[in-house]
Design a protein around this ligand. Structure first.
Ligand SMILES: Cc1cc2nc3c(=O)[nH]c(=O)nc-3n(C[C@H](O)[C@H](O)[C@H](O)COP(=O)(O)OP(=O)(O)OC[C@H]3O[C@@H](n4cnc5c(N)ncnc54)[C@H](O)[C@@H]3O)c2cc1C
Ligand code: SF4
Length: 549
């Protein structure tokens, strides 16, 4: 194909991704210097359309960025009133007393909110300061400078045909150049991955670890609704098959945010995270809460879990990684949005100082130092052993030993040093021959739903004439390797039912990718045991259209 010619535009800072990290960076840059040219590019049809989070939000980030966020109408209106932790068995559960929990686990002072709505509000704040915020713009390529530095991105390419050639009405998109490019794509960003690889930014880090988070929004019987109540559960139905657990947050307007996270380092390739979530809703405690209610939205997103020991270096020439592109989630607290905001603020401050000094295209080393030495590093360091202990020794050891380690870390001590994560989640997948298939109960259509029905509640849409944005490095591997060795787990780990193995009589099995259903969770890019699936951006505006996730 002939080289595509594109127009270019120059900015001081180009920001990829309109999540809490990217928007905070944009706001802080304009607070520091109203004359800076700043652009935010977001692949969702609007800001918030691709955001999926719990969320119980620690306002520490917003307090630092926009101290008068309450007066400015931030949609954080439901303070947490009650915190519950349960260890579930199949028919019941034990409530863990709050006093045994390390103080950092308390949600006092936090808010139950839709992070998607918070991002919508942040985008308004950014625009009011003069930031150009462009939703519906997928950043599909990096633009490299003469010395190999990141110089910009290509955004807004539309109208490719299925074979990748320009179709009718093709628009080549634009190159947006910046003195610095901020990659705030969230977990497993497609451009962030390329920068990490090119500059070996993770060479001194442990492998990044992930969970798959699935969430439904329910409208429940007002009699059962207790606004401000936060409940977390562990144990059943995952038991020893995988780490993970649930969250149940009573938000405003009789809504409940119901979520389930499965750690992606599970071994049994027959495990189906989506079906574990559906099964969980039949626990008597949950079924009773949901009875008489209705599910109004569904979605899924990976969550970074590697924490302190998995953070890559966050800067490369011309580029900085922000928020969950670095992996800034505090796993036991299941919170990353406060750190995403703080990282955006810190990156902006470093870029502002660099631009003021006449620099461009180099490494923002002050930002990298601040990530580890400042409040984000302190937040992550003290909980760094919880996840690896859980992975290696199971849930009960994690509650005991991990809890003890968090207590001692409160006073700056750890008897365990830093426990390593070991393998990547893809490498943790075991061979099918070692495991039995799991027989999941059929969804009843009342509390539990099949995947495709639920995906319709994510309002996902992709233009069908474009090339599949899920690329196989080697198209033969799913059938030649993954099927015989791992029973092709893509058919089970994808929470949107994108992957199928079609077996017809007298024909070779076929691997089918229904990319139109993809909710952009990134699990396939993470968990494929052959590391053969590459998630790339579809054209802008495609994907889920989450209503206040
Ligand atoms: C199930 C679940 C529950 C969670 N619960 C909580 C909680 O209760 N409290 C909490 O604080 N945190 C929680 N988190 C973590 C929190 O959501 C993240 O830490 C936070 O969203 C990270 O912010 P971010 O800006 O780095 O990335 P994101 O919020 O993921 O935003 C990234 C944005 O970039 C866009 N984007 C990505 N790639 C491109 C591209 N190439 N071109 C254009 N746009 C692009 C995406 O569409 C998205 O809008 C949870 C996460 C999950 C998955
Ligand atoms: S195809 Fe991949 S990114 Fe898309 S929903 Fe399935 S697992 Fe997630």
């Amino acid at each position: 194909m002939a080289e595509i010619e594109r127009e270019s535009m120059e900015y001081d800072v180009v920001i990829v991704g309109g999540g809490p990290a990217g928007l905070s960076a944009a706001i802080r840059l304009k607070q520091l210097d109203a004359d800076l040219d700043v652009v935010v590019l977001e692949k969702g049809s609007e800001v918030g359309a691709h955001i999926l989070s719990g969320a119980v939000i620690d306002p520490a980030g917003l307090d630092a960025l926009i101290p008068d966020w309450k007066e400015k109408g931030a949609p954080l209106s439901v303070p947490v009133r009650e915190d519950n932790f349960y260890l579930l068995g199949e028919g019941g559960g034990i409530r863990l007393p709050n006093f045994v929990m390390p103080p950092l686990m308390s949600n006092h002072g936090n808010y139950i909110a839709s992070l998607g709505n918070v991002c919508g509000w942040m985008a308004e704040q950014a625009e009011a300061l003069g930031v150009e915020v462009f939703p519906g713009m997928s950043c599909s390529e990096l633009v490299w400078g003469e010395d190999g530095e990141v110089k910009g991105v290509v955004a807004g390419e539309f109208g490719l045909d299925a074979d990748g050639t320009p179709g009718d009405g093709y628009e080549p998109g634009m190159e947006l150049h910046g003195k610095y490019v901020f990659l705030s794509e969230g977990v497993r960003g497609s451009l962030s991955k390329q920068v990490i690889e090119k500059y070996a930014l993770d060479k001194d880090a442990e492998p990044q670890k992930y969970g798959l988070g699935m969430k439904e929004i329910w409208e429940i019987d007002p009699e059962k609704h207790r606004e401000g109540t936060v409940t977390h559960t562990m144990g059943w139905p995952l038991n020893s098959n995988a780490g993970g657990g649930s969250f149940i947050y009573h938000a405003a307007d009789n809504q409940v945010y119901l979520g389930f996270v499965v750690h992606l380092n599970y071994e049994n390739p027959y495990l189906n995270p989506y079906m574990e979530f559906q099964r969980f809703k039949h626990h008597p405690m949950v079924a009773d809460l949901l009875k008489g209610g209705k599910r109004i939205a569904y979605g899924a997103r990976a969550i970074s879990e590697g924490g302190w020991q998995s953070m890559p270096k966050a800067v490369a020439p011309g580029a900085a990684l922000l928020g969950c592109a670095v992996g800034l989630v505090n796993v036991p607290r299941i919170k990353g949005s406060h750190n995403a905001v703080l990282s955006g603020k810190a990156a902006a401050e470093a870029a502002h100082a660099a631009i003021a000094a006449g620099r461009s295209g180099d490494e923002l080393t002050d930002y990298n130092t601040e990530l580890r030495a400042g409040p984000i590093g302190r937040d992550l360091r003290r909980v760094r052993n919880v996840k690896p202990i859980w992975s290696k020794r199971g849930l009960l050891a994690s509650l005991g030993l991990g809890g003890f380690d968090m207590w001692t870390n409160q006073i700056g001590l750890s008897l365990l040093g830093t426990v390593k994560h070991g393998k990547s989640d893809a490498a943790a997948t075991g061979k099918a021959a070692k495991f039995e298939p799991i027989d999941y109960p059929r969804p009843d259509g009342v509390l539990s739903f099949d995947r495709l029905t639920n995906v319709s509640f994510s309002m996902t849409n992709h233009e069908e004439s474009q090339p599949a944005h899920l690329k196989l490095k080697d198209p033969t591997l799913p059938i030649a390797v993954n099927l015989p060795e791992f029973a092709e787990p893509a058919t089970r780990y994808c929470p949107a039912g994108v992957y199928e193995v079609v077996e017809e009589e007298g024909k070779e099995p076929r691997f089918v990718i229904n990319f139109q259903n993809c909710v952009h969770c990134k699990t396939c890019d993470i968990k494929d045991p052959s590391q053969n699936i590459v998630w790339t951006v579809p054209q802008g505006g495609d994907g889920p259209n989450y209503p206040g996730m």
